[in-house]
Ligand binder design. Structure first.
Ligand code: H2U
Ligand code: ZN
Length: 355
């Protein structure tokens, strides 16, 4: 690898978690852009929106009334993609296979405040969200019919979020979804071959060079992975080998809240806009086994490329060939590292969740 100048020449990088390649073309950043420009909302959302189906006390689409919640609020998705009562029948002939899938979908409101985002919430309020993620994982994962719990957030209209109210989702299924399944197979193979966990070994190497690390605390490291596909993609890794959110102790849950706060603020500061992204946790399945190959981690996949209005599209070559990026992960990490950890809009005084 020492012969190849990764900041100058086109090359492929290997993602050991998915066993897929990404094409990196560092010289392409100077190309002109005459394509789609996204709208940016500069309008500040109100603290409470009477038309929002997630604000406290409001009516949801199916008629249920939200409680006057003061911190977080979780409800069963009124339009769930996965349902507990689906028959598990199998049909097909090998080339046309189908099988019933059971599960459930939940919606997690992060805050009663309609105008906030994780980046602008206080650490105690984010900690309340972490605690809800853990308790939901434990409660849902206990059901024998549930094999995997996917916790995620789609943030911003650009990522398809249906509502600006700060919220995430939980989809739990009998079978493992594609992405964690790929990662599980790769992590198991790595552990068998090397006797250590893949992401633990990877983190150790990144800590030696630091060129892709954005920020860190005692318990978590946020970095732009060597194989990042999205321009400002990040991976958040625990420094201790834990395989699920439910393994985190009290100090580690605070550590996770701190790291989420600090680098989502950096994201927003980068283009002075609420940074859109899809984020989610990958962790061991909930089949009751210990899964020592797994290391819990969080992926952040943000689409913005060069400003608040110009995004990266995953089309053409990405769809038909291989994922491709123009800037290098090292350049992205350096830019995020240079950002302030004070939000450009200021922090909110959402102390209600601390009590
Ligand atoms: P997204 O913004 O990530 O789409 O999440 C919002 C979810 O909220 C979405 O899955 C659900 C939608 O089905 N929802 C309800 O459960 N009740 C409602 O009243 C409206 C939206
Ligand atoms: Zn709202």
């Amino acid at each position: 690898m020492s012969d190849l100048d990764l900041q100058t020449h086109t090359h492929r990088r290997f993602n050991p978690l998915t066993e897929e390649w990404v094409l990196v073309s560092p010289h392409r950043t100077a190309r002109p852009w005459q394509g789609q420009v996204e709208d940016v909302t500069t309008e500040q959302a109100p603290r409470f929106d009477a038309a929002c189906y997630m604000c406290p006390g409001n009516r949801r689409a199916n008629g249920a009334i939200n409680p006057e919640y003061g911190s977080t609020f979780v409800f069963d998705n009124d339009f769930p993609a996965l349902r507990p009562d689906t028959p598990l029948a199998v049909s097909g002939d090998g080339l046309r296979m189908a099988r019933g899938e059971t599960g459930l979908c939940r919606v997690v409101c992060f805050s009663p405040r309609h105008d906030l985002t994780l980046a602008r919430m206080s650490r105690p309020s984010i900690r309340a969200v972490v605690d809800v993620w853990v308790s939901e994982l434990e409660a849902i994962g206990r059901a024998p019919a549930i094999g995997y719990v996917q916790i995620f957030e789609n943030r911003g209209a650009m990522m398809g979020a249906s509502n600006p109210h700060p919220h995430g989702q939980i989809w739990a299924s009998a079978d493992m979804p594609n992405e964690p399944l790929k990662e599980q197979l790769a992590q198991q193979a790595y552990l068998e071959k090397n006797g250590h966990d893949l992401l633990g070994d990877y983190l150790e190497r990144e800590q030696q060079s630091e060129e892709r690390i954005v920020c860190a605390n005692e318990h978590f490291v946020a970095l732009v992975p060597f194989w990042a596909v999205w321009p400002f993609e990040t991976l958040v890794l625990p420094t201790r080998h834990v395989s699920g959110l439910d393994d985190l102790d009290d100090a580690e849950r605070d550590g996770l809240s701190d790291i989420i706060k600090r680098f989502t603020v950096r994201y927003d500061n980068l283009f002075h806009t609420p940074f859109p992204y899809s984020m989610g946790f990958h962790q061991r399945p909930t089949d009751g086994d210990s899964h020592p190959a797994w290391r819990l981690h969080t992926h952040f996949y943000p689409p913005l490329l060069r400003s608040a209005t110009v995004r990266k599209f995953m089309v053409g070559y990405e769809m038909l060939g291989t994922a491709q990026r123009d800037t290098t992960p090292e350049q992205a990490a350096a830019r995020l590292r240079a950002m302030s950890e004070h939000h450009y809009l200021g922090d909110a005084d959402d102390v209600f969740a601390a009590g």
